[in-house]
Structure formats: C-alpha cells, structure tokens
Design a protein around this ligand. Structure first.
Ligand SMILES: *Cc1c(COP(=O)(O)O)cnc(C)c1O
Length: 386
C-alpha cells in the first residue's frame, strides 16, 4: 500500500490509536507463501500465533490452510477458536505448565516441541494419566547465531531455549523408554528478523550433521521443524510489501537434506503479518523545544512497544497532509522517556488532528499491547470491515 491508499475518510470515525490491517496484502502474502512452499515436496507451513492473534487475521490465515505454532495454552485456545484443526497445532515453549500440557493432550495436538528432560517427564506422566501417547519433537539448540538484534537471537548456546546438541542422543534414548511418548521430530528456531539467507544455510548444515549422526543410530524422525525467523523490510514497506519467500524456501530446498517421506515444517510469524498492519495515531500537539520539535501523538509504547524495547525502526507517514516536510521527534504520551517512536524524521508538516501511520506494525504490535498508565488497549480493524 502506498501513501494515499489508506481510507482516511473512514478513519475519521474511529477512535485512535488503532491497528489497521490490509486484508488484501495479507491474502497476497499467504498466497505467495503457499505458492513458493508448494513448489517443494513435503513443506508444511505453520503460522506463529504469537506475532498477532487478532481473531480475524487468524481466520484468514487458517483459511489459507496454514497450521498454528503456539507458545502457550491461551494461543492453543485462540487457534482452536479460529478453526485451526488440532492436528495442525504445534506447541513450543520453555515453561509449559500442567494445564497447558493437559489442554494439548485433550485436543490431541500434532506435536509438543519439548525443551528439556524434566518437561518430557511431566508430559509422559500427564499423558499416562489420560491414557494417551504424546507426540513430541525435541527442540535442539543448534548454536547457530543469527545476524539480528541480540535480544531476538534464540539459537545460541547461551540462550535459554532448547536442548544442547551434545545431549541429543541421551534425550532420544530416554524418550524411547517412556511409554506415553512418541518422538516424531526435531525442532529448531534460531531467531527473528533474519534477512541473511546464510543464517538459514548454517542451520541447514547443522541439521544435516545431526541427521547423519541419528542415521548412524538408525533413527529417522518423521519431520524436521526449522522454526521461523524470516525478516521483513521495515525501511521500505511500500516497495517490498511481500518478503522474499522464494529465496527463503529455495534455501531450505537446496541446503537441507531430507530423508524420503520426511516433511519439513516452518513456523513463520513476522514475515506473514508485519507488513499488512499499521498503527494509526492522531497528532495531539506540536511542541517546539529549544533544539527540536516534537510531534506528540496519542499512541504510546503501550500500543506498540518495539521501538522502546528493541530500538526498532518503523517507517512513519503523515497520511492526512501533503504539506512540505519538517523534521520531528515522534513521541507518545506515556510517562517514560523511552516512549519515542522515531527521532529526527521528516514528515509532511504536522498539525493537531493529523493522522500518522506507523507502518509494518502487524507483527508483535497489537498482541504486545499493555494497559500501563491505565490506558485502553488499541482496537484492531481489518480493511474487509471498514
Ligand atoms: C517466535 C517464534 C517463531 C516465529 O518467529 P518469527 O520471527 O516471527 O517468524 C517461530 N517458532 C518459535 C518456536 C518461536 O518462538
């Protein structure tokens, strides 16, 4: 969507700040994923619900045939409610509580991605009480770095996620002795906002080595799950609205050695939903300080925390002004100095009442909203409905 394509007339009736989702772009993105993944035998795509659990988005994603990747019981519930079949739900997380495991067992989800032996023991015990066999994949920590923000790498030995590689064989052997556990896969996830295909290649190489070792022990699992992590272009949401899924899936097709019948699962979050969402906020005041001018808006980090949390960049546009640009710091109303969306950026001259679009906010935006300062949670609207 380019500037000017926002339905600004309709926006005038809505209480700001709010999230606006371009359903057409989401459908196009999903279609591209299905086309590119569909070129490769055995590729299965799940949507990482934690990126955005807006019920309308979930429904569109489910209609496109995706599975769901959940990291909590609440996400399993949201996925089931949106119509995802339990047979396409995977459940990962370092700290699964008993009720969450029971929920997964009761619904016969496709797979638990297990991150430790103590967790495996609890799943075995809870499955035993229900007379069920839990399907599990082991989340291994491949010790592969990713060229992304340090707070969002997950596949290094120092991160809390996954089981160390050297423990792989003993974990698999231990699982084989548990009567209510069936090992069906291996799971990995090295981080987020990854744009260097070399990082995914490094993961493929590591998995190939592991699979060779397993083969020596005559073990071939049903599926490999490589997680998500594909990044988006936050600088150019208009020019590159759909990430390069072709390069992404082709990298795995070329570099990862699958055994006959093995399926390859993906869990994409950000790349699916980031570009279709914008946070729409209204300009409250223009304040001219001694050194700079501030555009004070009614959205804050309670609505979109990424800039405050990771110094993340989001492109911002004034969607109701065509006046010559001026330079602003765009800041929110929250009583914290980190409540800043951008510093020293050019915007078409802003006046009280102007609407700004904070772009590429569909992932890790609405879902991370909080009520700090007793603020209201932002609403989400989808273009189909307004
Ligand atoms: C967060 C997460 C994902 C999705 O990551 P994106 O970078 O949004 O694609 C996938 N799998 C697991 C296990 C995750 O924790």
């Amino acid at each position: 969507m380019t500037k000017g394509q926002f339905p600004t007339d309709k926006f005038q009736q809505l209480q700001t700040p709010f999230y606006y989702y371009d359903a057409e772009l989401l459908r196009k993105t999903l279609q591209t994923i299905n086309e590119e993944a569909g070129k490769h035998e055995g590729f299965v795509v799940h949507y990482a619900v934690k990126a955005n659990a807006n019920p309308q988005l979930l429904r569109i994603i489910r209609q496109a045939g995706f599975g769901a990747d959940c990291v909590s019981g609440g996400e399993i519930e949201a996925s089931l409610k949106a119509g995802f079949p339990a047979s396409k739900i995977v459940y990962a997380g370092v700290g699964k509580s008993d009720w969450e495991i029971n929920l997964g067992l009761d619904n016969d989800i496709f797979c638990f991605n297990v991150e430790s032996i103590p967790e495996l023991e609890v799943i075995n015990e809870l499955a035993d009480r229900k007379n069920k066999i839990a399907r599990v994949a082991f989340r291994l920590n491949p010790n592969v770095g990713a060229h992304t923000h340090a707070n969002i790498t997950t596949g290094l030995a120092e991160n809390k996620f996954g089981i160390a590689m050297r423990d792989m064989m003993s974990v698999i052997e231990e699982a084989a002795s548990m009567k209510n556990i069936k090992v069906v896969g291996l799971h990995f996830h090295i981080g987020s906002q990854i744009l260097d295909m070399g990082d995914f290649e490094a993961l493929c190489n590591r998995i190939n080595e592991l699979q060779n070792e397993l083969e020596r022990h005559r073990i071939i699992v049903e599926h490999i799950n490589v997680g998500g992590g594909l990044g988006v272009d936050y600088q150019h949401p208009n020019r590159i609205p759909v990430p390069d899924f072709k390069a992404y899936f082709d990298t795995y097709a070329k570099k990862l050695k699958l055994y006959p019948g093995q399926t390859l699962h993906f869990e994409l979050g950000r790349a699916v939903v980031a570009q279709c969402g914008s946070l729409i906020t209204r300009t409250l005041y223009i304040k001219k300080g001694a050194l700079k001018q501030f555009c004070i808006v009614d959205a804050g980090f309670t609505d979109l925390i990424r800039p405050a949390l990771y110094q993340a960049y989001h492109k911002i546009e004034n969607i109701t002004s065509e006046e010559p640009a001026q330079t602003y710091d765009v800041v929110g109303p929250i009583c914290e100095s980190t409540d800043v969306f951008a510093k020293q950026i050019d915007l078409n001259c802003c006046h009280r009442g102007d609407l700004l679009a904070i772009r590429s906010a569909g992932a890790y935006g609405e879902i991370m909203a909080s009520q700090y300062n007793c603020r209201r949670l932002p609403q989400g609207y989808i273009s189909d409905d307004i």
